[in-house]
Design a protein around this ligand. Structure first.
Ligand code: GCV
Length: 724
């Protein structure tokens, strides 16, 4: 009996231990590996095929990049195929090579490669010497690296390789991340921990994360990184910091990733002790010439400068009565002999201008067309205001025949729910890139303008304000990794669809199971529209909380400048809501080309998604698509947004057990916050706008909980990512 009791006791104890283990230790995917997971392929239908084509591989070349390709293939195939056999050229079934060797396998590859420049690549399958061969060919080792990652993407997404025939080159030349990272590691508008750059420990201490950052960027074709905030600290140009920048540049070089710096325009005075930083002062030019030479001494392939000037308190050429072109050209002249470029931001607006904010960038830069040096691009945010959940395109796209307009997208989620809202930005980027500017007639889309296909720009580019931080999962939320990913994919090719990218990202990051892929892709494709609905439906904009931009604040009316206040933007009043930017108002529509300008001038032809951006309309205005009154439609959209978030959450919950438990849990926890905050947005906005419409919540919709006073009283002094 005693023995039996002790056996029962042992059983209970071990069960308890087991249970304890199961609940307190969860192993799994913490997100660090991003989309480069390379877990074993489960699909037995395709695995034998891959093994036939890929296991015996050969990479030509002796450069660091060639070695990186070898390391990546070995690591990837050992994971994906559980087998990897580096071998000599003649025994290989996968050959990664530059043009000369590649043409031994396939003579016509030379012809293809001659169209593909320094970064393009070809992936072809064929039979050679009676055996199957996949050829990855490029003109340069960096092209071969991009081709290798593209091949791995095909394998990770379980694509059919038997007829593979890919030939691609990037449509924009400069594809850069912009880090708004400060030297103290605070990231302005960053929601994923602190900056990944540990400036204090550089140049000697180089985290593995730096290398993985370069790998990840190379895998999606990003070829540059601006390391520091556009609200720049001049310390970045001091010798000690340039040594740190050099350490990163050396590490990133074999991945094709150039470094760039944001500069403070008045550095000649503050760092160099000059009397001023006037771009027409010859001493100032000499100072920049010398500083630039010093940088290139350390970093021979340094990319150039990004500049925020005369905007939000930053110094600039305007301080000396000079134009943006004069400021940019001075820097361009210093960089030109070394092959560097200037990315000069168009995000400028000033109170003194007495012009409506959405019009100012165009007014400032359009007259300067033709005045910039050939190595300058003007970097313009996708919309005319500031990274709102949805904006119409900036009228600058297409407006300058000679000055390249470089796209600036925000990847980080400043106005989009920080890092807890499940928002895939692919559909938003696609919407912008596919919008027709009509600059040179129908079909002059923003994508084409940016790629230099409408006007033949000497350089082209796309920038994405990074969402990367020190968080283990890089972006604070697994799903938000997809925004980094889709930015890279669209910067390479503005034609690629958001849906295709969502699907491939899901396959690489979460699962290849068809049901999971379908569900997650659907959630991702719905998520941006959902966010617009519960935050800023029908063209509302800039109604976020003050400073941190966290949560709703449509009531804010007491900030120093009129155009910092939400009330300036929504203009809700007894007679209606919306900003009249039509010819009867501030006439912002005049900055667009015909027929877009006429379309936007009339509420009847303005796409509903931009209705209140361009028009002030009465509460009982009839909304075409639904037949509802404007008030009812606004409320309806706020409610719809919340429903859509609930739907996304439900879909996610249904994936339990089908994807990695850690990934599942991280997203699920964020989803809980997301739903709470979507409801908060809806209730606060509906209650506030109701004070003007004086109309009831439409029948069938529950009354918003809480009081407007309580929503107004909410304070978030420690919300992350704030500016200075
Ligand atoms: C880096 C907005 C943001 C600022 C940002 C600025 C810009 O105003 O709130 O944090 O500053 O845009 O793009 O320069």
């Amino acid at each position: 009996m005693k023995k039996l009791l002790s056996m029962v006791w042992v059983c209970i104890m071990s069960l308890t231990a087991l249970y304890a283990n199961a609940s307190s230790i969860v192993t799994g995917e913490d997100g660090y590996r991003l989309w480069l997971k390379y877990d074993p392929i489960q699909n037995q239908g395709i695995l034998p095929e891959y093994k036939k084509w890929l296991v015996n591989w050969h990479v030509e070349g002796n450069s660091k990049t060639s070695q990186i390709i070898r390391d990546e293939l070995d690591y990837a195939f050992n994971g994906l195929l559980q087998a990897s056999n580096p071998t000599v050229l003649n025994s290989a079934n996968l050959v990664v090579a530059t043009a000369k060797t590649a043409s031994q396998f396939l003579p016509e590859v030379n012809q293809q490669l001659s169209q593909l420049g320094d970064e393009g690549y070809v992936i072809r399958q064929m039979r050679y010497n009676n055996k199957p061969v996949v050829l990855v060919a490029a003109n340069t080792d960096i092209g071969a690296l991009y081709g290798t990652f593209a091949l791995l993407r095909l394998v990770q997404t379980e694509s059919d390789l038997s007829h593979i025939n890919v030939a691609t080159a990037p449509k924009t030349k400069v594809r850069v991340l912009n880090h708004w990272d400060n030297p103290d590691r605070h990231v302005e508008r960053g929601f994923a921990g602190e900056s990944i750059w540990d400036w204090h420990k550089l140049p000697d201490y180089k985290y593995q994360k730096y290398t993985d950052y370069a790998r990840a960027n190379a895998s999606i074709g990003i070829n540059g990184t601006v390391l520091n905030n556009v609200n720049a600290d001049p310390i970045m140009l001091t010798p000690a910091y340039l040594e740190k920048v050099k350490a990163l540049a050396d590490l990133f070089r074999p991945y094709g990733l150039k470094v760039y710096l944001s500069i403070k325009f008045n550095s000649p005075a503050t760092l160099g002790g000059l009397k001023n930083s006037d771009p027409l002062n010859p001493d100032v030019q000499v100072w920049w010439d010398k500083k630039v030479a010093e940088i290139y001494q350390l970093i021979p392939d340094f990319g150039g400068f990004l500049v925020k000037a005369n905007s939000e308190g930053q110094p600039g050429p305007g301080d000396y009565g000079r134009t943006h072109a004069q400021g940019a050209n001075m820097l361009a002249d210093a960089l030109k002999p070394h092959g560097g470029i200037v990315m000069w931001r168009a995000f400028v607006y000033a109170n003194e201008k007495n012009e409506e904010r959405s019009k100012q960038a165009y007014s400032e830069f359009k007259p300067l067309d033709g005045k910039f040096r050939e190595n300058v691009m003007v970097q313009v945010k996708n919309g005319p205001i500031d990274f709102q959940p949805r904006e119409p395109i900036s009228p600058l796209f297409g407006a300058t025949k000679q000055t390249p307009m470089m796209m600036e997208f925000q990847i980080t989620m400043e106005y989009l729910g920080f890092s807890t809202h499940f928002v895939y930005l692919g559909p938003m980027y696609e919407e912008v890139l596919k919008t027709d500017t009509y600059a040179k007639g129908k079909g002059s889309t923003v994508g084409k303008v940016v790629a230099g296909e409408v006007y033949d720009y000497p350089i082209t580019g796309m920038a994405g304000v990074s969402n990367i931080g020190s968080d283990r999962n890089w972006t604070g939320h697994i799903i938000l990794q997809s925004n980094w990913y889709v930015f890279g994919r669209m910067a390479w090719d503005y034609n690629i669809s958001a849906e295709q990218v969502a699907e491939e990202w899901t396959r690489m990051t979460l699962s290849n199971k068809p049901a999971v892929v379908k569900k997650v892709t659907e959630m991702m494709m719905l998520s941006h529209e959902a966010t617009v609905n519960y935050m800023t439906p029908l063209g509302l904009h800039h109604i976020m909380g003050t400073g941190h931009h966290y949560g709703p604040g449509p009531w804010v009316d007491d900030l120093g400048r009129a155009d910092w206040n939400p009330v300036y933007y929504h203009r809700a009043a007894k007679d209606g809501i919306g900003f009249d930017r039509s010819p009867s108002g501030v006439n912002a529509v005049e900055q667009y080309f015909s027929p877009l300008k006429e379309q936007l001038a009339d509420p009847k032809t303005t796409p509903e998604k931009y209705l209140l951006w361009f028009h002030h309309l009465p509460w009982d205005y009839k909304v075409e698509s639904s037949g509802r009154t404007l008030w009812n439609e606004i409320v309806h959209r706020y409610y719809l947004g919340v429903e859509q978030v609930a739907q996304i959450n439900q879909s996610w919950d249904s994936l339990k057990g089908q994807i990695d438990p850690l990934q599942f849990k991280q997203v699920q926890m964020a989803n809980t916050i997301h739903l709470k905050e979507a409801i908060w947005w809806r209730n606060a906005c509906v209650l506030y706008f109701q004070t003007f419409s004086n109309q009831p919540i439409p029948e069938g919709l529950e009354k918003p909980k809480g009081t407007l006073e309580a929503y107004k009283a909410m304070q978030f002094p420690f919300a992350p990512g704030q500016g200075e």
